[in-house]
Each structure stands twice: as C-alpha cells, then as structure tokens.
Design a protein around this ligand. Structure first.
Ligand code: ADP
Ligand code: MG
Length: 701
C-alpha cells in the first residue's frame, strides 16, 4: 500500500463547521438555500445531520474494480488484504480491498474502532466516489457494509436516500448538501455509550448510525441505524424522566383543592348539556386526585370531539374555587386562541377572569396579562409555550392542563413542574395510545380515557373523490347549501405565507365565480390577524356565511353543528390523524354528514391513508392503521417541527425499544441517581443540554 499521505488537503485542514454552526456556514449553502433549509426546520449543522431520509430507493451501482471509473460513484465488493492505521491527527485508517478484478484503497478519517471492525480477511461492500490517486483507485470515507464469509456473492444494491422535501428544496439537492457536509460533521459526533453497552443491545455507534442512515447499503442497515438512533433518543429521555422522578416526585407536596358537591354543581350549571357517563367518570377521577396533597399527574385520552375541553374546564375551575389559579397550555398560537374562545363561551355567565398569553401579542397586552397572573387576579390563563417564559410567575398556580395533540413534550412538562413543583397536571391527547405503552412513555402518569362520544353525533360518510369528479363534488356541496346547511372547504397550509394566502384566495374566487356563486363564502387562514379571523368564524357560526374556505386553522375548536359537509382539497398532503381531526368538525348536528377527499393519491401510502379514513370512523382504528401503512419504508418518518422531543423514535412503532431503553435508564439511575460516575459523564452532559435544570442535575456533583 502507498505509504505517503493522500493528497487530500481539504481533509487535513481543521473543520470549518461544527455541529452548532448555523446552517449558513455549511458547505454548498448560500443565503437562499439557508433560508429554504430553515423552512424545513434545519437551522444548524446538527439539524442537517439529523435530517434523515423518509425512504430509500435502490440503485444498482455495483461494479467490479476493473469496470469502475474515476469520479463516479460505485459500489464494490471484495476481501480486505491489508489494513493500516495512522493515529496522527487527523486519525486515518486505510484498507486495501481486492475483488479479483482489481484493487482499491478505502480511506476513513476520524472514525472509531475501525481496526476492530475491518481486518485482513474481512469481506465488505463499499460505496463511494472513486478517485484516482497515484495511479491507484481509492474511495475516501466510503459507506460500507460487512458481509459474512458465508454470504453468497449476490447482486448488491446501494440505496439512495429520499429526504422529506418541498417545492423549493428537492430531495436530490438536500442529499447533495447533506453529503457535502457529512464527513466533517460525522467526525464531531460524540459517542454516548461504551462498546460493551452497544454490543449488549446490538446498537451501532452514533457515528456509524448517522453515517448509515444517510448512506445505507441495505434497508436492513438503514433499519439498524434508525433503531440505534431511536434507542439513544429514548434512553436520554427516559433517563431524564427517571432522574426527575427520583429527585422530585416522591417527595413532592401539593395543595389539596376544594372539590365538593357544591363546587361541582356550580360548574355543571355552566353547561347547557349533561356530561356523558365517560366524562362523569373522568371528572370523578380528577376530583379524587385534586383532593390529595400529592400533585395530580394524569393523562386524558379521548378521540376528537369526545369532549375533553369540558374536563379541562372542571379541573381548572376546581383550582379557582379553591382560591388558586389554573393554566391551559396549547401547542400553537391558533389553538390557544381557539381554546380561549371556547372556554370563554362556557364561562360567559361566570365571574372567573380569563386571559390569553401568546408570543404574538403586543407588549402592552402581554405585560398586563403577566401582571394579572402574578397578582392572582387572573384565574385562568390560556397560553402557548409563552407560559414557560421566566417572566411568567403565577401567584398560586394549582392546576395545569397541557393539550399535547399528537406528540408529547417531556421537556416542557419538566420545565413547568420545576417552576411549580406542586402543581396538579392534566395532559390531554387525542392520539389513542395503548395503555401499557402510554404508561411506559408517560412514566408515572395515571390514565383516564373518554371512550364514548357525546350523544347525537352523526356518522360521517367519508369518500375519496377522483380529480375528474371534482365538479360533481361541488355540485353536491351546492345542494347541501341550498338545503340551508353549511360547508367547510379545507386547503393544506403551506410553509410560505404568500402562497398559502394566494392558494386560498384563488380557491375562494374560483368557487365564488363558479359552482358556489349563489352562496356567501368566507375565508380564514393562519396569517390573518386574530380579530379578523374571529369575525369570520363568528359569522360562520351565526350562519351569515355559508361556506368557510380555510387552511387547517379549523382543525380544532370550531363547533358549528349546522355544518355537515367538508371538502378537503389535496387531501394527500395531510397526515392521517390530521385528516381525522379535520373531519371531526362535521357530524355534530342532526343532519347526515359527509367528508369528501379530493386527492391525487399518487403514492401507495397516500392511497392507503385515504382508504383507511373512508373505512374507519374511530380514532383508535385510524391510529393503528396509520402505523401499519407507514411500515418499514416510512418508519423513519417525517420530522416534526422543533417543538417535539423525538426526532427518530416513533411512539407506537418503537414500543419494545422504548421498554428496553426505559429499563436501561432505570437501572442507570438506580445505580447512579446524580449521574456522577465518570462513565456517565457524557449522558449527564447530554441530559443537561437537552433538559437543563428540569432534571436538577445542574446543581449536583
Ligand atoms: P375534544 O377536545 O375532545 O376534541 P371538545 O371538548 O372540543 O372535544 O368537544 C366537542 C364538542 O362536543 C363541543 O362542542 C362540546 O361542547 C360538545 N360536548 C362535549 N361534551 C358534551 C356532552 N356531554 N354532551 C353534548 N355535547 C358535548
Ligand atoms: Mg380539543
């Protein structure tokens, strides 16, 4: 093998970027690309590394070494003849591969344990760009896969990643950017676990996992990579939960609240309806919890429209009746506003003072709310994550309700509880989670379920309408409107404000000029000022508008029983549970209701999503079906926006992995509750970074 240094000066210069670098600094990213990447939630180089493919396509690039050409990508397979390590920085490892037609040098920089993984006699398959160096072929930093000696020399297929993309930034461009930065970023990835731990759980190192998730040689390898990253993520999260429970939960005291019959009767008098049996049961469970001197820690599950908001109202009013305050936290500004409006309607005849707190409010509004929260004059605060700000200090917060939608935010909960150690907490979710799994995930949360819908709900006839029957679908809508009913027309929200608005306006204008010209059409979208949006919604509620054209702002909170048709445009662009949430807006009155999905179901999974929605009325079946549909190809999933804690792991799918990570985390925390042993230093550092003071590690050790 050639003994001189390879002439790869770019690798010998110190890294220009690090994981924390803003995305602008990444190779191949200019101001415009940076802007586009930020739209996809990629703000730093670490985000780029963690922007993982949602799928892979196979490409058959395997060549014999005699056939390969310089500067082309290729996959070669053969036996390692020799290896050499160069410990001098940058650490370098070389292996000479022979496939009987020729030889190729494989070079890796700054990688762990290569000597152990690749030895003379090892058979492997390597993919990378072929370079000609001093008359020899070499591949630098190739993606590789070990092949057992017994494995038949079958045709190899390398895989090309497919990244979640949008119109501005294609998967191909994303792949190019990611790969241009990969090696530099990979060399900075730290390992969290010892080789022994990794071996015991059959996990890849973090470096290998990140490398393989972007450049796998087989689906199985991609699966191993994702599994490893999901485990790492679960483990950190579960360790944080375990530490927190160890330090806080067991010794925590809470104020017992007034939950007697008088108070309960006063709350019930605010409602224009009777609670369902399921709701009564949950109220009783909550009453029991709130009467204790330990904080309530309860998860409430219930399908869309099952009536969770009223339960939240009960819990919050018990706090107010006891002279305390309550807070309701929603994941987005629009949801917070809608919950605020809903709760205000319930409380219209009561003296309880409510306030809304969001990041988008004017400073004056915000300050006065914060003052009211601090002096205790505000009884109920409805808020976004703005609630977590240090500026917000409750005089006596007794009940906290967190509306968590689809994913859970352990970190947010932890922050709140550390600010208000004794607060009674109710977490609400519409995603049905199997009980055992929920208990694992939510650790010490008690669980309540609303398993019945309020009486009088109409079944919703859900249909997929092919594009060429679009006209017919709108004729049907017009027929319903003539019969004095109302309709929703839903469009996907688009990242880019201007276009979202343009699409919505165009849709409205087309309908107003055509098939719906005799009807009053209103428009709401996410970028509208709150007052304007409220006015339109109110007009729809009062039937001064017949048709509401909307982006997903109507996903929750809208309640108009006379609306009995929903058309969802471009339905293939919505997730299954989101579609289910949306259609829950109809079927609330006495009329038979329908949901028409206008979709170009181009992919199989889109077709399957539509089919599931048409077939199943209930959220639980939908959730299970969602899981089945997504299967192996998509288990890596699309990354959610920054507010979720889990990037790689999928709650329902990874139940076993989670149980494993949880058991390991418990064992760790039992043995070393403060994570002060040297071998836990890295874990501790990561947890402090991701969970901060919330786990009370900062002031220990
Ligand atoms: P969720 O938040 O669980 O999706 P909501 O709390 O928004 O559901 O309730 C959906 C609708 O059902 C609301 O209009 C609410 O007023 C109504 N509702 C809730 N409980 C009952 C009940 N027991 N009887 C009649 N209507 C109810
Ligand atoms: Mg709700």
């Amino acid at each position: 093998m050639d003994s001189s240094q390879p002439a790869l000066h770019d690798i010998n210069t110190p890294p220009a970027i690090c994981l924390e670098s803003p995305i602008e600094l990444a190779h191949g990213v200019g101001p415009r690309r940076a802007w586009q990447l930020r739209d996809l939630g990629v703000g730093t180089c670490a985000d780029l590394l963690e922007y993982f493919p949602r799928d892979y396509v196979e490409f058959h690039g395997q060549r014999t070494i005699a056939q390969i050409q310089p500067l082309k990508n290729a996959t070669v397979e053969g036996d390692i003849l020799q290896t050499r390590s160069f410990p001098r920085r940058p650490r370098r490892f070389e292996a000479l591969l022979d496939d009987n037609s020729g030889r190729c040098i494989l070079v890796w920089f700054n990688r762990w344990n290569m000597e152990e993984k690749i030895q003379p006699g090892t058979r492997l398959r390597a993919t990378g760009k072929i370079q000609l160096y001093k008359g020899r072929y070499q591949m630098v930093q190739p993606q590789y896969q070990l092949i057992g000696p017994a494995a038949p020399p079958g045709p190899a297929a390398a895989l090309e990643p497919v990244y979640p993309a949008n119109k501005e930034l294609s998967s191909v461009v994303l792949a190019r950017i990611i790969h241009a930065n990969m090696n530099e970023l990979l060399s900075q990835v730290t390992e969290w676990f010892s080789p022994a731990q990794l071996h015991q759980r059959a996990l890849l190192t973090r470096q290998d996992a990140f490398s393989a998730i972007h450049r796998p040689l087989s689906l199985n390898q991609a699966y191993q990579a994702r599994r490893s990253l999901a485990y790492h993520e679960f483990f950190i999260q579960q360790t944080a939960i375990a530490v927190r429970r160890y330090h806080h939960h067991t010794h925590q005291a809470a104020a017992a609240l007034r939950v007697d019959k008088t108070v309960e009767a006063r709350i019930r008098a605010l409602l224009s309806f009777q609670l369902t049996g399921a709701q009564d049961r949950v109220v009783a469970e909550i009453q029991h919890d709130l009467a204790q001197t330990r904080p309530m820690n309860r998860l409430l599950q219930g399908d869309v429209g099952s009536g969770k908001t009223i339960i939240a109202l009960f819990a919050m009013l018990f706090a107010v009746a006891s002279g305390g305050q309550a807070a309701f936290m929603a994941p987005t500004e629009i949801l917070a506003e809608q919950h605020f409006d809903t709760l205000q309607r319930y409380l219209s005849s009561s003296r309880v003072k409510m306030a809304l707190l969001t990041g988008g409010q004017s400073p004056t509004e915000r300050e006065s709310t914060i003052r009211g929260i601090q002096d205790g004059s505000i009884g109920i605060a409805v808020a976004t994550h703005a609630l977590l700000s240090d500026a917000v200090q409750f005089k006596h917060l007794r009940v906290l309700v967190v509306d968590e939608q689809h994913k859970f935010g352990v970190r947010q909960r932890a922050i709140i509880r550390s600010k208000h150690p004794g607060v009674h907490t109710l977490v609400m979710t519409a995603t049905p989670i199997p009980r055992t799994l929920a208990m694992t995930i939510f650790g010490d949360l008690d669980i309540s379920v609303i398993d019945a819908l309020p009486p009088g709900r109409q079944p919703i006839d859900t249909r997929l309408v092919p594009e060429n029957e679009r006209e017919k679908a709108y004729q049907f809508v017009a027929g319903q409107l003539k019969a004095c009913r109302q309709a929703y027309i839903v469009l996907p929200a688009i990242d880019e404000n201007a276009r979202e608005l343009a699409n919505a306006v165009q849709c409205r204008d087309e309908l107003a000029a055509g098939v719906l010209k005799d009807f009053r059409i209103g428009l709401v979208h996410g970028r509208m000022p709150r007052e304007e949006r409220q006015q339109v919604m109110e007009a729809f509620r009062r039937h001064q508008i017949d048709v509401l054209v909307a982006t997903t702002v109507i996903e929750v909170g809208v309640d108009v029983p006379n609306a009995c048709v929903m058309v969802i445009e471009h339905a293939q662009q919505f997730g299954l549970s989101q579609l289910h949430q949306l259609r829950g807006r109809v079927g609330r009155g006495t009329a038979a209701s329908s949901c028409l999905l206008l979709a170009q179901a181009s992919t199989d999974t889109a077709k399957a999503r539509m089919a599931a929605l048409c077939k199943y009325p209930g959220g639980f079946d939908i959730a299970e079906e969602d899981l089945k549909i997504r299967g192996m190809g998509e288990i890596v999933g699309t990354r959610q926006s920054g507010r979720t804690d889990l990037r790689f792991a999928e709650l329902l799918f990874d139940a076993k992995l989670l149980a494993m990570a949880r058991a390991d985390a418990l064992a760790l925390v039992t043995a070393d509750p403060h994570l002060i042993l040297p071998e836990h230093a890295m874990i501790r550092q990561i947890i402090t970074r991701d969970f901060g003071d919330a786990v009370a590690l900062a002031n220990v050790g």
